[in-house]
Design a protein around this ligand. Structure first.
Ligand code: SAM
Length: 310
């Protein structure tokens, strides 16, 4: 049955990837609608533990669905940490949950975030140009646009959005902002109109909105921290399971799982032996079937990678 908040993507492959032991300790660093967390809890026995993270207060409310009678607080096996997952190692240490047997990250935004106009993530709805996953964060997308100069904005659009003609687009935005500040999603769409390619309006707007979203939430910075710390946190034989939705993320995940280096450089010890901290279960990413994509179009760009801690 479809979940209004977010349909979990590649659910059975993620669960298989985690290789769940009923008495193990697992982490879901992107709780969202709780779809993956719920399925993990169903596979845990009374001694198992699940610690979930999310930085979005809308997601926190979904903890109640895991244990409806008491607002999600009553299942002693479950803890929700209302924080950015980049701090997960400290939280896990504080919760006495180290090392863990498996870690799941389902990156990016939830359907709820996309589909709620007031969050500002989508060019399809009018709303404040916010895009913060975490309401406690200081800089909205509108503020970011105001703060960046043409060169910085060009880089952001080129790297995070793979926007063609990024420089022209950046110049247009800087000029538009100098006129009146871009405060809403529809004002941004309007400001982009002169540089929006005819016939591929949606694709272009999606790229620009994605670029801003990644920057506002420092999504790549958070992922890099997560990957680096995964080595300290996952027990030997434990699993790292990561689902990403664009090539920049997937490249970092692939490099890390193959070599233990974000740039893909392989480490060797004094004797020339490879010292990588993870063994990928496969060189190829798992992708949703046509059937899953037909039922849940948001699954389309998902790439799932799984590795075992050496
Ligand atoms: C794709 S959704 C996860 C959906 C979830 N697996 C489910 O089944 O409903 C991603 C979630 O991760 C959260 N998130 C993304 N980056 C985060 C970060 N650095 N720290 C904490 N939460 C993050 C978002 O707020 C969002 O709720």
């Amino acid at each position: 049955m479809a979940n209004e908040y977010h349909d979990p993507v590649l659910l059975s492959s993620c669960l298989e990837g985690l290789n769940i032991r009923p008495d193990g300790v697992y982490v879901d660093v992107t709780f969202g609608g709780g779809g993956h967390s719920k399925a993990i809890l169903e596979r845990l026995g009374p001694k198992g533990r699940l610690i979930a993270f999310d930085r979005d207060r809308d997601a926190w409310k979904n903890a109640a669905a895991l244990s409806p009678t008491d607002g999600g607080t009553g299942d002693p096996r479950f803890t929700l940490v209302k924080a950015d997952f980049r701090w997960f190692k400290n939280h896990l240490r504080y919760l006495n949950a180290l090392p863990v047997d498996g870690l799941l990250a389902d990156l990016g935004v939830s359907s709820h975030q996309f589909d709620t106009g007031a969050r500002g993530f989508s060019f399809r709805f009018d709303g404040p140009l916010d895009m913060r996953m975490d309401h406690r964060a200081s800089r909205t997308a509108s503020q970011l646009l105001r703060d960046l100069d043409e060169a910085a904005l060009t880089n952001l659009l080129r790297i995070y959005g793979e926007v063609n003609g990024a420089h022209r687009v950046a110049r247009q935005l800087v000029n538009a902002n100098a006129h009146t500040s871009i405060a809403t999603t529809f004002q941004l769409v309007e400001a982009l109109r002169p540089v929006t390619p005819r016939g591929r309006e949606s694709g272009f707007l999606a790229q620009v909105f994605q670029a801003l979203r990644i920057a506002v939430n420092d999504e790549l910075g958070a992922l890099e921290t997560l990957l680096r710390l995964s080595t300290d946190v996952i027990a030997p034989g434990g699993r790292l399971v990561i689902m990403s939705y664009h090539s920049l993320e997937d490249r970092l995940v692939k490099n890390w799982m193959r070599s233990g280096d974000l740039g893909g450089e392989e480490e060797k010890d004094h004797f020339g032996n490879r010292t990588r901290p993870f063994n990928p279960t496969s060189n190829k990413a798992i992708q949703p079937t046509d059937r899953e994509t037909a039922m849940n179009p948001r699954a389309r760009s998902a790439r799932l990678r799984i590795a075992t801690r050496t």
